[in-house]
Design a binder for this molecule. Structure first.
Ligand code: SAM
Length: 306
């Protein structure tokens, strides 16, 4: 929770036509926590979406940022008795929560050394939730350092990502947390085999399967086992050879049609392989150049949607 947030009163507010956040199981656990915790109303739906499938399982859950301890109790009740709940904080007073059966570690989440020492002690984890200091450096270092230690099928969730839009945190800047997540999107898409150049030097295409954006929360799902380059697949069923209409009635479609018609008319030149190859190459270059020009030109029509 960021310091600037105002705490809501007791009115049950529905998040639209659907279920109120107050009806979620995680909110009920939150309300039963014996110690204080401040959250945003939208978080409860996001938590359920991200974390429900881990309930009742033998998982290791880490929360960065403990403050008054309230969220540790919420997580313990939500995940159940088999879950190992670990809390991290910069404030040594957080050690107090060991009396309640939580594992507590003290350190600065912005320091890579802290994470290296931590994982050497606690081993790999299933879920890491960052509700620490919320600066971009803390958030980015936390994800980078934790990622190699999150098990396949696990996830990282970073909370209070609205700070990416706060002037006090440095907005506007290309180095905000949300800007950084766009680089991860590029990383994920660089698994597509038709893309020959790397989009970024970050090594996450082999571990981050998907990103999930909620209001103020971003989830990173880790699945190294299925982060592999894709390839075209066919279901093998019979085809009706329908014409592909994607360029119908467009400049590029007309160029394609006319150049195909010309190729058919000049088909007798197939007997002269050198000439035929030269003509075919000229056709390919022309169609590609016109296509690139055409698609770029059309993009201007989308400006109002950005
Ligand atoms: C928003 S509070 C956590 C609230 C708690 N998760 C809850 O829901 O009740 C943020 C906590 O992060 C801790 N924190 C701030 N900067 C930190 C850092 N660099 N490393 C580790 N913890 C930090 C603070 O000491 C504070 O306890």
């Amino acid at each position: 929770m960021s310091l600037s947030a105002k705490v809501e009163g007791n009115t049950a507010q529905s998040s639209g036509a659907g279920q109120s956040y107050k009806d979620t199981d995680i909110y009920k656990c939150y309300k039963r926590s014996p110690y204080s915790s401040i959250k945003h109303s939208s978080y409860f739906h996001a938590y359920e979406d991200l974390f429900s499938s881990y309930r009742g399982r033998d998982i290791t859950f880490v929360e960065v940022g403990i403050l008054n301890g309230g969220s540790l109790f919420m997580w313990r009740e939500f995940f159940g008795p088999k879950a190992r709940i670990i809390g991290l904080d910069f404030n040594p007073a957080a050690k107090r929560w060991e009396q309640d059966g939580f594992e507590i570690h003290i350190g600065d989440q912005a320091k890579p050394e802290f994470w290296q020492e931590l994982f050497a002690k606690i081993g790999n984890v299933d879920i890491l939730l960052d509700d620490g200091g919320h600066t971009f450096e803390q958030q980015i270092v936390t994800v980078c350092e934790a990622l190699p230690h999150v098990r396949d099928g696990g996830l990282i969730a970073v909370e209070d990502t609205h700070t990416s839009y706060f002037k006090d945190f440095g907005y506007p800047t290309p180095y905000s947390f949300i800007e950084w997540t766009k680089v991860i999107v590029d990383n994920i898409n660089s698994r597509f085999p038709g893309i020959n150049q790397p989009f970024s030097k970050l090594p996450y295409k082999d571990s981050v399967f998907s990103l999930h954006f909620y209001e103020s929360i971003v989830g990173f799902k880790i699945r190294r086992d299925i982060c592999v380059p894709s390839h075209p697949v066919s279901n093998g069923a019979p085809t009706r050879q329908h014409e592909d209409f994607r360029n119908k009635d467009s400049l590029i479609g007309t160029v394609e049609e006319r150049s195909n018609a010309l190729s058919r008319r000049l088909a007798f030149l197939r007997n002269m392989p050198f000439l035929w190859r030269t003509l075919s190459a000229a056709k390919r270059v022309t169609v590609t150049a016109v296509g690139r020009y055409y698609y770029k030109a059309r993009l201007r029509r989308l400006r109002h949607l950005f």
